[in-house]
Design a protein around this ligand. Structure first.
Ligand SMILES: C[S@@+](CC[C@H](N)C(=O)[O-])C[C@H]1O[C@@H](n2cnc3c(N)ncnc32)[C@H](O)[C@@H]1O
Length: 452
């Protein structure tokens, strides 16, 4: 992060502007909107600034700038054509540790004036850090179109009732849930949008009474995070991450996906990435129940899809037994994501009419593998967790009639920037698997020779 975004209070506080031309006018106007006492340093005054002077809104302080002037204001904006003067103002800012902005000169700026979407008291500031101001303006235009005009009114109603909500809902979580649910209610937003603020306030009060007498219900959402690329997370999955109080995630979840978790949510690593040891499944199950019983919204975030070699079913059974509500948000399983990223179609009219996904890592008491079925022709076999069993898998497939020349591909870290794909034939499966970084997926069948 190159800049710390923050919103400053300038009401009745001095702000200095060097220059009084057209560019300076736009900044002066903005400072006036924020309630600042604007002091101008300039030799001559442009027509627009003159109007403000005539109205007594701003003060023409003096003609010449000296370094110490920055000490007389909370912030300073240099908006002159004189490059040497602009540089002097910036240097003075550094010397006195005061924030200075030099218009259209990011290198000299110690703070940025962002593009603004104003639905006061809701305000959104956008910056590209000086890299592409036009892009920032485009983003602002989009947000202007997207965000309803009544957002400010909604925040006003909320502000008036904050003390009552705080008094009736003692915990932070309860209050957050209350506000989230209220802002989602069409009845409430319709009242605010149509200017019926009394009705909106009445609705809020009724909802608050209900919330104060209800016991919070915990809820668990199993979210499939996809194979690694954060762009493959579903919209529902993203919404669950944004609403979560607690997120239990495992080792296969990509770091970019973890970045999408609501900032204040409590994160619990239950995979190997945590401390180089994994939390036993039974402990994870108990943690899910424990957090949900506290009335929290819990997300169980897993790589790929929770119900594809993800032990999601076991977790759901535990939740059912404990009487905890849950929902399952599917994810893109590695077989779909990694093969697509590697250019391998799982089915193809000429090569494969069916796909079988199988784990190479069976439970010790698991059923016998039906090798005959796995060795069928015109079928794509995708093996999860199979690289350490590559020798056995190759031997069994050959024994059950698969050709030694059947194409194979091993996709490591599929969909991530570090993805690698090695291709060969079944005969060489063990050697190919030995080179593969984990996690890795083995694709066996004619389609593995394709690279679309
Ligand atoms: C415990 S399973 C979890 C599968 C996950 N639930 C899914 O739907 O993809 C872990 C195995 O999935 C495969 N896998 C997961 N992510 C992968 C990726 N990005 N690239 C290649 N293989 C992956 C590997 O075979 C790994 O050993």
């Amino acid at each position: 992060m190159n800049y710390l975004p923050l919103f400053a209070t300038l009401k009745n506080r001095p702000a200095l502007v060097i220059g009084a031309g057209e560019v300076a006018y736009r900044k002066i106007e903005l400072l006036c909107q924020a309630g600042a006492q604007v002091r101008i340093i300039a030799h001559s005054i442009g027509a627009e600034v003159q109007q403000l002077l005539d109205q007594g809104v701003v003060q023409w302080w003096k003609a010449d700038f000296v370094d110490e002037d920055v000490n007389e204001a909370v912030i300073t904006i240099a908006a002159t054509d004189d490059e040497a003067l602009n540089a002097q103002v910036a240097a003075a800012g550094h010397r006195y540790h005061r924030l200075v902005n030099v218009v259209d000169n990011p290198a000299l700026c110690q703070f940025i004036v962002p593009a603004i979407v104003d639905r006061s008291p809701v305000q959104i500031a956008i910056t590209t850090g000086g890299a592409a101001p036009v892009l920032a303006r485009q983003i602002r235009q989009k947000l202007e179109q997207e965000l309803p005009h009544y957002l400010g009114a909604m925040a006003d109603v909320a502000q008036q009732h904050r003390p009552a909500v705080k008094a009736q809902l003692p915990t932070l979580t309860a209050r957050r849930l209350f506000w989230e649910q209220l802002f989602d209610q069409a009845v409430f937003t319709d009242y605010v949008a149509s200017g019926q603020t009394e009705a909106a306030a009445q609705f809020l009060t009724t909802q608050l009474q209900q919330a104060a007498t209800q016991k919070a219900q915990g809820f668990v959402t199993l979210v499939g995070a996809g194979p690694g690329d954060a762009g493959l997370l579903t919209l529902k999955g993203y919404q669950a991450l944004q609403a979560a109080d607690v997120v239990l995630y495992d080792a296969l979840v990509g770091l970019d996906v973890l970045d999408l978790i609501r900032r204040d949510a409590h994160r619990v690593a239950v995979g190997k990435r945590a401390h180089n040891h994994s939390v036993p499944q039974e402990e994870t199950n108990q943690l899910l129940v424990h957090y949900a019983q506290q009335g929290l919204r819990v997300v169980r975030l897993k790589g790929g899809d929770s119900f594809v070699f993800g032990r999601g079913a076991e977790e759901v059974e535990v939740l059912q037994e404990a009487g905890i509500s849950y929902t399952v948000v599917p994810g893109i399983t590695a077989a779909l994501g990694a093969t697509a990223a590697a250019g391998i179609p799982l089915t193809h009219r000429d090569y494969a009419q069916s796909v079988v996904m199988v784990t190479g890592h069976c439970r010790p008491d698991g059923d016998e593998v039906n090798w005959e079925c796995l060795a069928r022709d015109r079928q794509t076999l995708v093996v999860y967790m199979g690289t350490i069993k590559a020798a056995e898998i190759r031997a069994e497939l050959l024994t059950h009639g698969k050709s030694a020349h059947t194409p194979v591909a091993i996709i490591s870290q599929g969909t991530l920037p570090t993805q690698t794909v090695v291709r060969g034939v079944l005969q060489d499966l063990e050697q190919l698997a030995a080179q593969a970084e984990r996690p890795a997926l083995m694709v066996i069948g004619e389609v593995a020779q394709l690279d679309l």
